[in-house]
Ligand binder design. Structure first.
Ligand code: CA
Ligand code: CA
Length: 595
């Protein structure tokens, strides 16, 4: 056996795929004097994910979720030569919406699929390494298709959330279950679809179920073992926990929820969160207060339709910003808060941006939650004329659905027309922030709705809404609009219209490209300064997932899942004519430049 000099041993794990194996080989050779424990994916690597171009370790291309890559080989000049390297079919009869973002590590691509499935695929060949099918019970209640948005990596594990409200950790090598933990009661309407967040060795997750009166919460578990570390409810009045002990209720009981209304108060944390190591805060958005009928719950209803910032060590809410107080239109405030450093008037502000379902693009100070600016990012917002920058509160326009108690039979309140629709100016689909152009690229939709309120009482496992609606497009020729937004001014630099609603994520690169897919099936690359489509490829089914990019063996790759579905075809109303011809599918596409 050849001896390796100590000086030649790498002291830090590189970000190149296979680095863990290299250390293993060194350890077995005894070169370091003692066996080297295999760390696998570390906290340091995850926090550095955006800069490390040889892998994609985390949802959002890093825990800040800027969805930006410094890679430049694929750029405005070369993108015309982008061709498929291979495609992988998800197979089976379970062809529903594929919203997963791929992860790339150690020669493997990890993807999740509809009905709580996961695969490891060979990065070079597209051959399947293993498949995991989660055994789902009868009676799960996902509101908006049986989707999953992606996995998380930590150590030698790959973790994901399932439709029966569990977190499951698998071996990256074999796909075998290492641990599994229940995070909610699926019989009460809890489910889970978001990609987990990894913070300092903890797996941090939220919960879905706001349409069933599920109470939102953020929970942190030891990523290696699944052991619960802390739990923080996002409805005022509920008790938090830390290391098995009570850790104070969230907010103040009955301060913003009268009587018993807080008990089934919604505020589901269904889209997961982001983390900024710089200020050491976890950011989670929260969904609608339950039920939708706002007449039943006078008050601001904290912490619904908000962003909450949580300290990862204490499990306590450090600050919150509520975008829609006493929310009345299903404007879930779950949209991702994306930390970025904003240069303005010669100063650098620790900022963060959020394109809210309510139609406003907010820029906050991420250290304290103070509002910096808020501007509409869709063409029509009816419910508020603006946001008061002094108080941070919306300036409402008397656009709330009327009280059913005031109707003749007490069963249906007078409707109003409101825009955006309940599906939002932006829904789940993640935006990107470019370090090169300093712009946000926001997938948005132009639609409105008639909405009315009805009486409702809570019943476990039943829809808890008390509202009805009819959704309709605002324009004849398009619903989707990808927009480039300058966060320093809130101004829109360019727009790209799309006939069907946009429902997929965005990727920005230092090659001055913006990648996104559409329900019509095209993965597109746009010029980040003009919005011109420079390249597109038909993937065979609609794209409602988030593209990623990385490099391997000197080549830059782009990957995306194709598979039409998600909430739009289920709730579509008059929107149906834009999407009824779209075919379902399920495949992973990987692209590279032709020689
Ligand atoms: Ca990386
Ligand atoms: Ca909702």
């Amino acid at each position: 056996m050849k001896l390796i000099k100590k000086e030649s041993i790498p002291v830090s794990i590189t970000n190149k795929p296979g680095a863990g194996k290299f250390l293993l080989a060194l350890g077995l050779a005894g070169a370091m004097g003692a066996p080297v424990a295999i760390a696998g994916v570390t906290t340091k690597q995850i926090e550095n994910d955006q800069a490390s171009t040889g892998d994609v370790l985390h949802y959002g291309m890093g825990p800040r979720a800027q969805r930006f890559s410094p890679l430049t080989k694929i750029n405005k000049k070369t993108v015309a030569k982008l061709v498929p390297a291979w495609a992988f079919s998800l197979g089976g009869e379970k062809q529903r919406g594929q919203e997963s973002q791929p992860l790339v590590y150690d020669g493997k691509i990890f993807i999740t699929g509809s009905y709580s499935r996961m695969w490891a695929v060979d990065e070079k060949t597209g051959a399947e390494i293993w498949q995991y099918d989660h055994r789902l019970p009868d009676g799960i209640m996902p509101c908006c298709d049986v989707v999953n948005r992606g996995a998380a990596l930590y150590g030698d594990l790959v973790l994901f959330a399932t439709l029966d409200a569990k977190i499951v950790a698998l071996s990256q090598e074999t796909g075998k279950v290492v641990w599994s933990q229940k995070v909610g009661d699926y019989k009460a309407g809890y489910s889970a679809t978001a990609a987990p967040l990894i913070v300092k060795g903890m797996v941090v997750t939220g919960i879905s179920g706001g349409e069933f009166g599920a109470v939102g919460k953020v929970e942190a578990r030891d990523a290696k073992t699944g052991k619960l570390i802390w739990s923080r409810p996002t409805v005022e009045g509920h008790m938090g926990y830390l290391n098995g002990k009570e850790n104070g209720i969230s907010g103040t009981l009955n301060a913003t929820w009268p009587g018993e209304t807080w008990k089934y108060g919604g505020a589901a944390t269904w889209l997961g969160g982001t983390y900024d190591p710089d200020v050491n805060l976890i950011f989670f958005g929260t969904g609608n207060p339950a039920p939708w009928n706002w007449h039943t719950r006078p008050g601001d209803n904290l912490f619904s339709a908000s962003t909450v910032a949580i300290n990862p060590e204490t499990g306590k809410i450090v600050w919150h910003y509520q975008s829609t107080p006493n929310e009345a239109w299903d404007f879930d405030g779950v949209n991702e808060l994306v930390p970025f450093d904003m240069k303005k008037n010669g100063k650098t502000i620790k900022a963060a941006a959020k394109a809210d379902r309510n139609g406003f693009f907010y820029v906050l100070n991420r250290e304290n939650g103070n509002l910096i600016s808020a501007n509409p990012f869709v063409s029509k917002v009816t419910w508020a004329s603006g946001i008061d920058l002094k108080t941070g509160r919306p300036i409402e326009t008397d656009n709330r659905p009327r009280n059913p108690a005031d109707s003749d039979d007490g069963m249906k309140g007078e409707h109003v027309f409101a825009a955006p629709s309940f599906l939002g100016g932006k829904n789940w689909m993640p935006m990107a922030y470019s370090q090169s152009s300093k712009m946000f690229y926001v997938p948005s939709n132009e639609w409105g709705m008639d909405i009315w309120n009805e009486p409702i009482t809570y019943k476990k496992g039943a829809a808890y809404m008390g509202a009805g609606f009819t959704i309709s497009p605002l324009y004849d020729d398009h619903i989707g609009v990808l927009r480039a937004i300058d966060p320093t001014t809130g101004k829109i630099k360019w727009e790209h219209e799309n006939p069907a609603p946009l429902w997929g994520g965005v990727l920005a690169t230092a090659g001055n490209l913006v990648f996104t897919g559409n329900p019509e099936g095209y993965l597109m690359a746009l010029d980040d300064s003009t919005g011109e489509v420079l390249w597109q490829f038909q993937t065979g089914s609609g794209i409602v997932s988030s593209p990623v990019t990385w490099e391997s063996g000197g080549e830059q790759y782009v990957a995306v899942l194709s598979g039409w579905g998600g909430a739009v075809p289920l709730w579509g109303g008059d929107v149906a004519k834009y999407v009824k011809h779209l075919n379902q599918g399920g495949s992973l596409w990987v692209f590279k430049l032709s020689k």
